[in-house]
Design a protein around this ligand. Sequence first.
Ligand SMILES: [Zn+2]
Length: 470
Amino acid sequence: MKKIIKNGTLVTAADTFQGELLIEDGKITQIGSNLSAVGAEIIDAKGCLVFPGGIDPHTHLDMPFGGTVTKDDFETGTIAAAFGGTTTVIDFCLTNRGKPLKNAIQTWHEKAKGKASIDYSFHLMISEINDDVLNELPQVIDEEGITSFKVFMAYKNVFQADDETLFRTFVTAKELGALVMVHAENGDVIDYLTNKALKEGNTDPIYHALTRPPELEGEATGRAARFAGLAGSHLYVVHVSCADAAERIAEARSKGYEVWGETCPQYLVLDQSCLEKPNFEGAKYVWSPPLREKWNQEALWNALKSGTLQTFGSDQCSFDFKGQKELGLGDFTKIPNGGPMIEDRLTILFSEGVKKGRISLNQFVDLTSTRAAKLFGLFPKKGTIAIGADADLVIFDPNAERILSAKTHHMAVDYNAFEGMKVTGEPVSVMVRGEFVVREKQFVGTPGSGQYLKRAKYNTPLAESERLSI
Ligand SMILES: [Zn+2]
């Protein structure tokens, strides 16, 4: 079925212009004005922006953590993502030491199969480097198209890798053409501080934040950046939460190191005081890195505006308050870490960023879609409006006003971290490869229609002009 989108304002990471799109066989085949095609359905986007579907480079769907599993799986998670204007997610495939990587990847394929309503891909967690892993990684890249590896510097005795493993991952990734993503917090010191807090009887949710201070995120970020530089490799720092870490990234980039940074909606609009909410409600805001003192928000906005941070992920990792977050009653270390973020990612950046004049509309598209497509080997099939690109599109009403709430969201989880927040802007219709998944705010997609995306090898997208500007 051919479609023509008329009367909208087209927005890419580079341009904003009035134009029409012709969509055939799931792809954009013409961009222009007065387009016509026999049998084409006309879609009126009057008063709306039309931009490339969001790419969420950071989700945890159907993920086990701390004796429980995230509430949202690939079915509910991708439906909620679509309502929020996201058309591709890249989820983290967790691996187990001593077990073949292919088993873990197979497990993740099974989680998504028959459930995803939007397209998806996987990053691969690296927790050890040995001959078995080194032998397997070329197939991971060539056969599975998984070209990004994740290393945890925190969660001691669970996910945490040591410095040798991290450094060797940088070396290996450079040889193979993959991008290394790092959760940057100093897990050893955090382990000491959390044990000390518990011994002293400090068990409330706020101690989650107080035992993971920003210095430890800054330190780990700087350490990872130096390792990347020393290895001549490249680094993507996930969920940057504070000024200290953003400064370490800026410093590394000024030295010419290829370091990229991501932040998430929660760090821009929520702060550490949320963890002090009464009746254990602070547990709703427990994730890592933790929420920071409010003054960090301005530093993050400046980092987004200046290009020190280039992407905007959700770090979707949802647990119900009832029955799941409550596992940590009386011991904050047992609160499952994570929050429900996948649905409101674009709207929050639009409402708080574009509408409030902190970033431009084109930066918004770059942050939510285009840059992730480039860094993670999906561009130009995904992440832009161009002839030949997949017709992954959002028709977005920039003036709609609404209140974010668990009562109206589509995530399976029983609370919304942004409950009661007034926002401007709303995705009206969302299509993946030319087919509506959400139409006029109604879900019309099909679980299982999402396709697995094999991604291209990492290829430095740091253009000469960007090198000069940092
Ligand atoms: Zn995460």
